[in-house]
Design a protein around this ligand. Structure first.
Ligand SMILES: C[S@@+](CC[C@H](N)C(=O)[O-])C[C@H]1O[C@@H](n2cnc3c(N)ncnc32)[C@H](O)[C@@H]1O
Length: 357
């Protein structure tokens, strides 16, 4: 089948006709997608696997330019985002449905797990109660799985934006509520009510939904178990800084992962931890001693595909070591580089793209 001629290929570049929702997810490549496309558009490919899909920003780019995209991520909440924004090609959440979902003020007896388990940890009691209700209402009031996915996307984004640092790594509700002078943070955003954020994010997700006439899919899969046989495989793994400290996504976003599995959340909580995280699971991607081995296995697994790796020049392993691994399977490895400054980091570093056709 001829790939659909998307607006991108017309004389005026209207690539962003389907705007991707702004996100505060750690490591999102949203601001780099134009640059990623500049460096990949010359390659010949139709099918793409995005192994560490995250927000779906890069999958959405490839969807916009008419590729057949498989989004993958190991976490259930990210997979749900991939279903909402990548796999979904025609379902949106109409305003009346958003209003029905938000009409939580009824006498029904809702589950209370969040209210009971997370008092004074991330949100106020009233907010926790609202979350318990919304999880239930999305599960029970929406019949279409893609509409549910959009609603959950909106719920997750609302949860993230109301958190100091946009993470769940500490019990620090007090940062929002204490009457102290602040030198950083966005109190107005934190204190904006959940329903208002929810509406905004649902509407943003609606705008990102479109059909590129390709059978795009979203899967939940560990990187080393991803299916093979794609024309191009894009890798954007968790980052380990030069001190050896990695980004543990499951730990940073455990609260969202818990909401995806609400009825069994109770059995997965680490009640020893003050912030009620999920019981920890080790991942070779967060360990500076093992990351090179998993990189090798992953590159070997997909070596028949064009490989594109997003990386930073100050990570572990070094990008030189990564190039060495790629060179074991590929004749040529090209490097694109852009200077950048990351939030909460004084040091300037470079965003890299390793291109191994
Ligand atoms: C740097 S982020 C990717 C960001 C993404 N490219 C974007 O633009 O939003 C890394 C992602 O890898 C996922 N991840 C972590 N360990 C994984 C594993 N073993 N297999 C697959 N995905 C994993 C995390 O959930 C996270 O979403």
């Amino acid at each position: 089948m001829q790939p659909l001629q998307l607006p991108l290929f017309s004389s005026s570049d209207t690539r962003f006709d389907y705007p991707f929702p702004p996100t505060r997810y750690q490591g999102s490549k949203q601001k780099w997608v134009g640059w990623i496309w500049e460096n990949t558009q010359h390659l010949e490919f139709t099918t793409v696997l995005d192994v560490f899909g995250g927000t779906g920003a890069v999958s959405h780019l490839f969807k916009r330019v008419g590729k057949q995209v498989t989004y993958s991520d190991v976490l259930a909440f990210n997979h749900e985002i991939g279903r909402a924004l990548i796999e979904n090609h025609d379902q949106t959440l109409a305003t009346p449905m958003i209003e029905v979902l938000l009409d939580t003020d009824d006498p029904l007896a809702y589950p209370t797990f969040i209210e009971q388990t997370f008092p004074n940890i991330y949100y106020t009691d009233a907010e926790n109660q609202w979350l318990d209700r919304m999880v239930y209402r999305i599960d029970h009031l929406l019949a279409n799985p893609y509409q549910q996915a959009i609603a959950r996307f909106a719920l997750f984004q609302a949860c993230i934006i109301k958190r100091p640092y946009n993470l769940f790594h500490r019990a620090n509700l007090y940062m929002r509520t204490a009457p102290v002078e602040r030198t950083f943070g966005n109190k107005t955003t934190w204190d904006t009510p959940f329903p208002s954020h929810f509406k905004t994010f649902a509407q943003q997700a609606n705008l990102a939904v479109f059909d590129n006439r390709q059978p795009n899919t979203a899967i939940q899969c560990d990187a080393l178990e991803t299916p093979t046989g794609f024309d191009l495989v894009y890798l954007d793994p968790p980052y380990i800084n030069h001190h050896g400290v990695g980004v543990d996504y499951r730990d940073f976003y455990h609260f969202l992962e818990g909401m995806m599995n609400y009825s069994q959340w109770n059995q997965q909580v680490d009640y020893e931890s003050k912030h009620r995280r999920l019981k920890p699971q080790k991942s070779a991607w967060n360990d500076p001693h093992t990351i090179i081995e998993v990189f090798e296995s992953l590159i070997e697994r997909h070596h028949k595909s064009i490989l594109i790796v997003s990386y930073r020049d100050d990570g572990i392993p070094s990008h030189h070591d990564l190039v060495k691994v790629l060179r074991r399977f590929k004749k040529e490895v090209y490097l694109a580089s852009q200077p950048t400054q990351y939030v909460l980091s004084q040091k300037r570093s470079h965003e890299l793209l390793l291109i191994a056709p």
